[in-house]
Design a protein around this ligand. Structure first.
Ligand SMILES: *Cc1c(COP(=O)(O)O)cnc(C)c1O
Length: 220
């Protein structure tokens, strides 16, 4: 089941689009099955889970942190967690980035990060407001142990994928604006947007990294 789900999704994705398997609360067995079918990037929301699965899977895949930092900031800043992750997709403040920068400096690692944009401007969601993204990214460019590689957004949750389109469009607009600025040390390479119910619309609006959980791990 997982195998077919992954194969179907990979077939559907344009060549330039990366698949991140959002694997929160999935067992090692399930994740292993997804990897066997061709998944090369695992997205984890919880550091404790990530550490336990990483112990068994290791560097066979890339590891992206896609959780909400505020909730488990402390855990993410631990050396053991930072060593696992190849990318942190959810940077939403200078203070948080600075702490990651400082910890990464201690372990001699340059962490790739994405800045999370709160494209729906929702009070309960994390991420920087679209209008504040430029300012944050300019500040981040001075940090030596993190490298900004692009933007990520969730957007408000909808039943119909079409409703997500304006939020993806807005994030892409900010992405292009920052790209045009050619800020030293900032690479606008990845635009991470789109989940199980919305990834085709997200790709249509310029996403090149989709984070898919349900559609990989559950019966379709
Ligand atoms: C769970 C999760 C996803 C995947 O959501 P699905 O609807 O299950 O595909 C994507 N991004 C983040 C940040 C998540 O936490």
């Amino acid at each position: 089941m997982i195998k077919n789900n992954v194969l179907n999704i990979l077939k559907e994705l344009p060549e330039n689009v990366l698949l991140v398997a959002a694997s929160k609360k999935r067992s090692y067995i399930e994740i292993q099955e997804a990897i066997k079918a061709g998944v090369t990037i695992i997205g984890e929301n919880y550091c404790k889970e990530a550490r336990s699965v990483f112990e068994r899977i290791g560097r066979a895949v890339k590891w992206h942190y896609i959780g909400i930092p505020a909730k488990e900031k402390h855990d993410l800043l631990r050396r053991k967690s930072l060593e696992i992750f190849d990318m942190i997709e959810t940077i939403d403040s200078f203070e948080f980035a600075k702490e990651i920068d400082s910890q990464c400096g201690k372990i001699g690692k340059i962490m790739e990060v994405l800045v999370e944009v709160n494209s729906g401007k929702e009070a309960q969601k994390s991420g920087v407001l679209p209008d504040h993204a430029v300012e944050l990214i300019e500040k981040l460019s001075i940090l030596k142990n993190i490298r900004v590689m692009g933007l990520m957004t969730m957007g408000p949750g909808f039943k119909a994928a079409e409703e997500s389109r304006p939020y993806f469009k807005e994030t892409k607009r900010v992405f292009e604006e920052i790209k045009q600025m050619s800020i030293p040390g900032i690479e606008m390479k990845y635009l991470s947007m789109g989940m199980s119910n919305s990834y085709m619309v997200a790709i249509d609006e310029g996403s090149n990294m989709v984070r898919i959980g349900t559609k990989i791990y559950e019966n379709s």
